[in-house]
Design a protein around this ligand. Structure first.
Ligand code: UDP
Length: 407
């Protein structure tokens, strides 16, 4: 388990001492995180760092997964899309299956903790199946700016019982939700295999293992095969870039176990890429491998993130931490991370020609990319590292326990 003091060389003495101070009144407080998958996607990524770090800091933190069958994950995927603006046929059957998953979980999972933190909509109804005698926090990682009205109203029935909702972005705050709402921006862990420093030998080894040649500059998007990440649009952009500069495209997207749509999108991508896959110009990777992601982010000339919608966009943070120039859509949390023209480029998601121009510019002028990357890394150091998230949670937990007189 990583210890908090291992972050000292990265964040400095002052920030570390602040955390030690905050933790003093919380020693051994029992915290549970609940979500729906151990692997794939940003939530699992954050929890796999945060829960151990909370323990190392002196809390007693746990992480559990709500079990579900494919039906549940089909429904919650639809919920996820509808919360981000899609339509949905919200039948009673869907609602029942969704609620049933929480009821089943409650039969065998004891939640005898000082604070319960529920991530995203999947485990939201759990609150109805426990005798609530502690703070419950709903941590929503998705873009809530334009949710499907009927679905939002249904979910709100549960959220109303929560003590606090945490959102990733100011623009997701819901005026019609009379529950306290706080903004906590996501972060990355600089010491995980995904973000730790890698030497060239290691980078080469991993690229070779996964069949990625390095004879030409690489343009890379790391993202689940999900329509909101617009992998098909990335291929269209790449085709135009390739007319101006010879390079390869890597699309690396693991299949999350709670994402049944991945395969469909992957097939669409394959069709669009067609003969460029056989020629080796477009490389599709579906393996989940953190060191590979790290290596790809470090070796690429340019990172693209062409999302149509985005909760926060951890892949952007990861690339910026590695001093890479990122060309990305101005959506969700991405503009919080990229200072346009200083630490990367921001564009409208449908501005394919804009993407092409910026990518070509950066490929032709690596010094510019390097300068942007250096600037961007310091921004990540100040705002988006796991130690900042730990500090935010310590403040929130203290505040909530204070409200219950549970110190
Ligand atoms: N990720 C990964 N392998 C992949 C694709 C994504 O490890 O093939 C990771 C990625 O590095 C990042 C997370 O999954 O840490 C995705 O988080 P993000 O906020 O970008 O998007 P989400 O998937 O949560 O919508």
């Amino acid at each position: 388990m990583r210890r908090l003091d291992e972050y000292r060389p990265i964040i400095g003495d002052k920030k570390l001492a602040e955390i030690y101070k905050k933790i003093r009144k919380l020693y051994n407080k029992r915290i549970i995180h609940l979500n729906s998958t151990f692997m794939g996607g940003g939530v699992a990524e954050i929890l796999s760092s945060l829960a151990p770090l909370m323990n190392s800091a002196g809390l007693s933190a746990d992480w559990r997964i709500i079990h579900g069958n494919p039906d549940l994950f089909n429904i919650t995927k639809k919920f996820h899309n509808a919360l981000q603006g899609d339509s949905i046929n919200l039948t009673q059957i869907k609602k029942n299956l969704y609620i049933q998953a929480s009821e089943n979980f409650a039969v065998y999972a004891n939640l005898n903790y000082d604070v319960v933190i529920v991530h995203d909509p999947q485990p939201l109804p759990l609150i109805d199946f426990y005798k609530k005698n502690q703070p419950w926090i709903w941590r929503c990682h998705i873009d809530l700016s334009n949710p499907h009205t009927e679905l939002w109203d249904f979910l709100k029935g549960y959220i109303l019982r929560y003590d606090l909702t945490i959102l990733s972005n100011e623009s997701y705050v819901k005026k019609d939700l009379p529950v306290e709402q706080k903004i906590v921006q996501p972060v990355i862990d600089p010491l995980t295999p995904k973000n730790m420093p890698l030497n060239n030998a290691m980078i080469k080894k991993y690229l070779k293992k996964f069949g990625v040649p390095t004879d030409k500059p690489l343009l890379t998007q790391i993202s689940r095969f999900d329509k909101w990440k617009d992998p098909v649009g990335v291929i269209d952009v790449y085709k135009k870039v390739k007319q101006k500069i010879d390079c390869r495209l890597v699309l690396c997207g693991s299949m999350a176990s709670d994402d049944p749509e991945g395969m469909k999108i992957y097939e669409k991508v394959k069709q669009r890429a067609n003969n460029l896959i056989t020629s080796g110009d477009i490389i599709l990777i579906t393996h989940e491998n953190n060191i590979l992601v790290n290596a790809l982010q470090r070796i690429s000339a340019v990172i693209i993130q062409k999302s149509i919608r985005e909760g926060f966009g951890l892949t952007v943070t990861e690339a910026l931490w590695k001093e890479k120039p990122v060309v990305a859509s101005r959506v969700g949390g991405i503009p919080l991370q990229i200072d346009d023209e200083k630490g990367g480029y921001l564009l409208a998601p449908d501005d394919n020609d804009g993407f092409v121009d910026r990518i070509v510019e950066l490929m032709k002028n690596p010094a510019l990319g390097h300068q942007m990357g250096k600037y961007a890394r310091e921004n990540v150091r100040n705002k988006f590292l796991i130690t900042r998230l730990l500090r935010d949670y310590l403040d929130i937990i203290s505040y909530e326990l204070g409200n219950y007189n549970l110190y």
